[in-house]
Ligand binder design. Sequence first.
Ligand code: ADP
Length: 456
Amino acid sequence: MWAYFAVFALVLMAILWFLQIFFLNTYYQDMKIRETAKVAEAIEKLYGSDDFRAKIDELSITNDIYIYIETFGGGIVFLPSSEDRYYFSYAYLSELKMVRTALLAGEETQASIIIPEARTDTNTLAYATYLGDTPENRLILYIFSPLYPVSSTVSILRTQLAYITVISLLLAFALSYYLSRRVTRPISEITSSARSLAEGKYGITFKGGQYTEIIELADTLTYASSRLEKTSTMQKDLMANVSHDLLTPLTMVKSYAEMIRDISGEDAEKRNAHLNVIIEEADRLNLLVSDMLALSRVQSGSIPLVKSPFSIRDVVESILQSYAIYCDNEGYTVTLLCDNDVTVVADEAKIKQVISNLFNNAVKYCGQDKQVIVSVKKSAGKVRCEITDHGSGIPQSEIGQIWERYYQASTNHVRGAAGTGIGLAIVKEILSLHNAEFGVASEPGQGSTFWFELTA
Ligand code: ADP
C-alpha cells in the first residue's frame, strides 16, 4: 500500500515538475498574447468615446503595456503619456517597424511577434491590429508588452516543488500506513480467528474494524462459525442419539433372545410374548434406520424430483387407508376435508412421504380427543394441505427447531420414545426441493396445524 501511495505521489510530482519547469515560459507567453488581444478588443470598443485618451492611459498602466496608434501613413494619433514617451521611442521603434511589416504583409487582422532582447533578458511581445471600421479612417493600434524572464520564477518553483515532493511523500507514507493499519489489521485478526475456527474453536466472534465490506465479511464469518458450532453440537447429539437409539432395541433383542434360549424356549406362551418384544424392537430399529436413510437420500439430492400431475385426494386416502385398522383399534377419529378432483404437480412418492410423516406425527402427538383433521383446499393456483390435531402443541420458542434433524420438542419427551426426530427434517427437505411454502401454527395445550402449499 505504501509503495502504491509513494508511486502515486511521485507521478503527480513528476507531472507538476515537468509542466512547471518546461512549459512555464510557453504558457506565460500564450497568456500574455491572449491578454493583449483582449486589451486590443477593449480599445476598439472605446475608440471614438470622449475620454478615449484617459481610458487608454489607464489600460496601459493596469496591464503594464505600451500603446501606440498611428495612421497608415505614419502620422501619430496616440503616444504613451509623457513619462513613458521617451522610453518608448528609445525601446520600441524597431519593434514597431517589425510588427507593422508583419501586419501589413499578413492576411490576418492582427499580428503578434515576440522579439528577443539579449541585453536585458526581457523579451517583448509586439502586437498590432487595425482600428476603426471604414477603410478611410483606419488606424493601426500597437501594443507592446514586456515579457519578464521566467527563470527566477522557475527557480522559486523548483525549491517549492522540492519541499512539496518531500512533504507529499511523507504524507503518502503516513496515510498509507494509517489506511493499511485500518484495513489490514482487521484482516489479520480475521485470519487468525479463522485459523482458530479451523482448529475447531467454534462460536468465535470475528471483528471487522471500520470498513463496511470487512464488517460484512466478519459478520458472515461469525454467522458461519455459530452455524458450525450448532452443526457440531448437532453432530455430537446425533452420535449420542443414534447410538442410544440403536443400542436400546439391540440390547432388548439380545436379552429376549437369550431369555428364549435359556428359559422360555419350551413355554409357547412366554416364548411368543418374548418373540413379540423382539419383533417390536426390530421394527423400531427398522423405522429408525429407514428414516435415517430416507433423510440422507433426500439431502444428498441423489434422487431427482419426478414431477407429474396427480390427485392429492387419492394420495391422502391411501395413507388414511393404511392407518385405518390402527386408528380403529386405538380409537382415533380421522376427518378428511377435501374436494373431489384436486390435482397438484409434484413428486408423488415424496409428497406421500410428507403427508405420511405429518399424519403420523398428528396421530402420535394428538390430545385426549384423539382427533386428526386433514384438509386440502384449492385457491388461486395453489393447493393448501393442512393436518391438524388437538394435542399438547409446540412451545413458540421451539417451533423454529422442530424442523431440524434429531430435534424432539421438550413437551413431547415423555412420549418421544416412539419418534426418531427425523420425520420433520425429511418433510422440510422434500418441500424445500419443491420450492413449496410450509409451516406450522401451534398453541401449547391447544394443538398444532402443520401446512404446506403446492402448485396446482
Ligand atoms: P419425531 O420422530 O420425534 O416425531 P419429527 O421430526 O417428526 O420427529 O418431529 C420433531 C418434533 O416436533 C417431535 O419430537 C415433536 O416434539 C414435535 N412435533 C412434531 N409434530 C408435532 C405435533 N403434531 N404436535 C406436537 N409436537 C409435534
